[in-house]
Design a protein. Structure first.
Length: 317
């Protein structure tokens, strides 16, 4: 079922989770162990992130180095199939521009359609680890909107091979990313919103936000979106802080602020367990307020911390 239909039919805020594919070498059981307790909350859908490959230098026996390409977290499409089969839940794979040409993307979309996936979250992806700015793959998409248009083409039966006439029309519901604190490359929020609005005009049916730790940032963002004519559902993305290290890692990686109150409380914690407690309580407060405000979905980035998410979500249902 499409995410947008889940939202339309819901009487209250829905719950959804985002997971990462396991590191190469681990089995699908690591995903089930992670998700099993969370399934008690009957998530409407589960997102599975996509990870581009990276270049690493491996030392050879003769002491020289060779540059090899590795994808540390493969398996997004397979995990979606496994989740749908194992839990009977809708899976939402992320699709990225970075590292893929349009043919590979089309093949992935065909695979997703064949296994019964109804939704995709389309993203540009970040710069590769060895690059300072995002470089599209040769023959690939440059921005999320280009990828979105490719999905829409398939939804209209238009394939890259021009000789495919009357091709089967897929029917993907397309989600996109939004940034309450602005995407870090955008000169200002207004410009960022103009690009978001273009994604909506091109067919995006809902937005999932970057994580934020101050709900006011989300409320202000929604208000600005509505004022700019963006009317589709805006799903808040939520993540707990679970270690002191994250106070610097999260702002550096995701370009979001951590409010004074939260960072002070975490700095004053004596043990890891104390940090987790503060992180859980903050997540719970954020979740309660957002639910009260009637958000369509509470979307949790589980990122290896299902217990913390479990403890917060069980308090709000
Ligand atoms: P875009 O919408 O393409 O925007 C990128 C930047 O370009 C923005 O600054 C925007 O303002 C600007 N822009 C947009 N369109 C144009 C245009 N036509 N011309 C000029 N400028 C333009 N990354 C992964 O690698 N894998 C994942 O699974 C993943 N999941 C994510 C899930 C969520 C909910 C979020 C919020 C992010 C996720 N990311 C993921 C990270 C994401 O790929 C990065 O934030 C990336 O830098 C931007 O992606 P985007 O889709 O927002 O890009």
């Amino acid at each position: 079922m499409k995410v947008i239909d889940h939202i339309r039919q819901a009487k209250d805020s829905l719950i959804s989770f985002e997971i990462l594919p396991p590191l190469k070498g681990k089995t699908i059981n690591s995903i089930y162990e992670h998700l099993d307790p969370l399934m008690e909350f009957k998530p409407a859908f589960i997102n599975v992130t996509y990870h581009r490959s990276e270049h690493v230098f491996k030392k050879k026996a003769d002491g020289t180095f060779e540059k090899v390409e590795v994808r540390k977290r493969p398996g997004t499409v397979g995990i979606c199939a496994a989740l749908m089969n194992h839990y009977r839940v809708d899976a939402v794979p992320h699709l990225i521009c970075g590292g893929f040409n349009k043919r590979e993307t089309e093949d992935a979309l065909i695979d997703l359609h064949f296994i019964g996936v109804d939704n995709v979250l389309v993203l540009r992806g970040d710069a590769a680890k060895n690059e300072t700015v995002f470089e599209p793959e040769k023959g690939g998409n440059s921005y999320a909107i280009d990828l979105l248009k490719q999905v829409q083409n398939l939804n209209n039966g238009v394939y890259l091979e021009e000789d495919i006439r009357d091709g089967f029309r897929t029917n993907f519901c397309i989600g996109v990313a939004g940034y309450p604190e602005k995407h870090f490359e955008a000169p200002n929020l207004q410009t960022d919103l103009a690009f978001l609005k273009a994604k909506v005009a091109a067919g995006a049916e809902y937005v999932v936000t970057q994580m934020f730790f101050d709900n006011q940032k989300y409320f202000d963002f929604v208000k600005r979106c509505r004022e700019s004519g963006i009317t589709i559902p805006i799903i808040p993305g939520l993540k707990p802080i679970t270690s002191k290290k994250q106070l610097s890692v999260i702002p550096r990686t995701f370009h979001v602020d951590i409010p004074d109150d939260l960072s002070n409380e975490i700095m004053n914690c004596k043990t890891d367990a104390d940090v987790e407690k503060v992180g859980t309580e903050w997540l719970l407060l954020q979740s309660k307020e957002l639910k009260k405000a009637g958000v369509p979905v509470l979307h949790y980035y589980t990122l290896g911390k299902p217990k913390v998410i479990y403890n917060a979500v069980k308090e709000i249902l």
